[in-house]
Design a binder for this molecule. Structure first.
Ligand code: 4AD
Ligand code: MG
Length: 429
């Protein structure tokens, strides 16, 4: 039976273990070969001594060669983790070719690392990111499930835009065309009539032609929808979700955050209540900062960066003008030029990670707004149908999982937290 690196590091001096892994670093010294072996749990230094068959094998190994060894645990304060493995036998190994990624490649060319992403995902940095992603996904499901939300699944092939025609991907579909989903929201809305509170975590697609540090063409989208819920209810659920994710990441991923050089101060600040700010206030604040923003203008990434620089906590920004939000957003009955919508902005300039709000639940109001937005009610026939039978006030939101992870680990680019990112220039590997 083999043990993991983490288990091996926890064992007392003299214990004999079998360990499986890959060559992370290799150093030859007079009569010894030092190989740092990595597995999914960590790294341990293995020592091979001249005169053994194991030593002869060790000399042939490349970075990332795989191996299974048997050896004895020795306490060694100078080794990473404070223990070493003194190898007596190599039970199995696969040398392979010289590994194409070295420190020069890492420093020189991020484009190369994207081309070779299928290998770069083995790096310790990327492994740390993947573990944070795992905890985020786990925490999202735990949060919803423990609050009575049912997990549901929506289709990827769809027939009408949710978030506007400009970013729709068209795909041939037998003798017609279909589109890739931009959001599962409309399907979640249909499902609240059976389950009342629903959520899904699945990819959404946007034909984003702009090359920004936070846009992908395929991203992971955690979306929720609840019957009998208004804007404050939905933003409260979204805020609670982010807080829960942050707490789990702080509890379980200190090592990974450390390895990624991410200080935890900004994350700890998000454990308290988020700052709430209306769109009107945001415009005033931005004007006060000398930015040329008028009421009705979009809050873009520059404006978001300016706003988030003023607070250490995330911001719930609510009450956007009608023209800035998709047609399905319910207008405030007391102030019709404004919608009951919200975004949540992550601190430190990261900006929008959540978009959501109350939906129009009356048939006449919905058809009127579809027409006012220059859209064709025929394209939304089944969506309008939901308002014809026992419609109820309801609200929901979508969280960009990749963007949330980007902020959690302090990445410069959303690509850096997605194992196989897709953007305007890249669909491989
Ligand atoms: O704000 P968005 O467009 O809202 C919707 O899609 C709603 N229908 C969601 C809902 O209410 N169910 O997208 C929601 C979030 C954004 O706040 C952002 O975090 C993320 O999805 N997102 C993207 N992430 C990466 N790349 C892109 N191109 C993204 N577009 C949106
Ligand atoms: Mg949005």
């Amino acid at each position: 039976m083999s043990v993991s690196v983490r288990e091996a590091l926890g064992m007392p001096e003299g214990e004999t273990v079998v360990l499986r892994g890959w060559v992370y670093r290799k150093r030859e010294l007079r009569d010894k070969v030092f190989i740092v072996i990595r597995d999914s749990t960590g790294v341990i230094q293995a020592v091979f001594t001249r005169g053994t068959r194991a030593y002869d094998v060790a000399r042939t190994l490349n970075i990332e060669s795989s191996l299974v060894v048997r050896g004895g645990i020795k306490v060694e304060p100078r080794a990473p983790g404070g223990k070493e493995l003194h190898v007596t036998d190599v039970l199995w190994h696969y040398v392979g070719r010289p590994y194409p990624i070295n420190e020069d490649a890492v420093r020189a060319d991020s484009e190369y690392l994207l081309d070779i992403r299928h290998l770069w995902v083995r790096s310790r940095r990327f492994t740390a990111v993947l573990k944070v992603r795992h905890t985020v996904g786990d925490a999202i499901r735990e949060y919803f499930s423990s609050r009575g939300f049912y997990e549901v699944h929506a289709p990827t092939f769809i027939s009408a835009a949710v978030e506007g025609g400009a970013t729709l991907f068209e795909v041939p579909y037998f003798d017609t065309v279909a589109y890739l989903t931009q959001s599962s929201q409309f399907y979640l809305e249909a499902l609240i009539f059976s389950l009342e509170k629903v959520y899904t975590v699945q990819p959404s697609f946007r034909a984003e032609k702009s090359r920004t540090r936070r846009h992908l063409t395929e991203f992971w989208h955690a979306e929720a929808e609840a019957a009998w819920c208004d804007m404050d209810c939905a933003s409260g659920i979204a805020e609670g979700l982010i807080r829960h994710v942050v707490r789990r990441v702080l509890d379980e991923r200190q090592d990974e955050l450390g390895l990624l050089g991410r200080g935890t101060g900004a994350l700890e600040a998000a454990l308290g209540p988020f700052h709430r700010m209306s769109y009107d206030e945001a415009v005033e604040i931005l004007r006060g900062m000398g930015m040329d923003v008028r009421w009705g203008d979009d809050i873009g990434s520059d404006e978001e960066r300016a706003l988030t620089s003023k607070f250490d906590r995330p911001i719930v920004l609510y009450g956007f003008p009608e023209n800035l939000k998709a047609f399905y957003h319910r207008n405030d009955p007391g102030r019709p030029e404004v919608t009951l919508s919200f975004d949540i902005l992550a601190p430190e300039g990261y900006g929008e990670v959540v978009g959501g709000g109350e939906r129009i639940y009356e048939e006449e109001e919905l058809v009127g707004k579809i027409l006012r937005f220059g859209l064709d009610p025929k394209d939304y026939e089944w969506y309008i149908d939901l308002r014809r039978y026992g419609s109820v006030p309801h609200a929901g939101f979508g969280l960009g999982v990749d963007r949330l992870v980007m902020w959690l680990v302090g990445a410069d680019h959303v690509r850096d937290v997605v194992p196989f990112p897709r953007d305007v220039r890249r669909v491989k590997p």
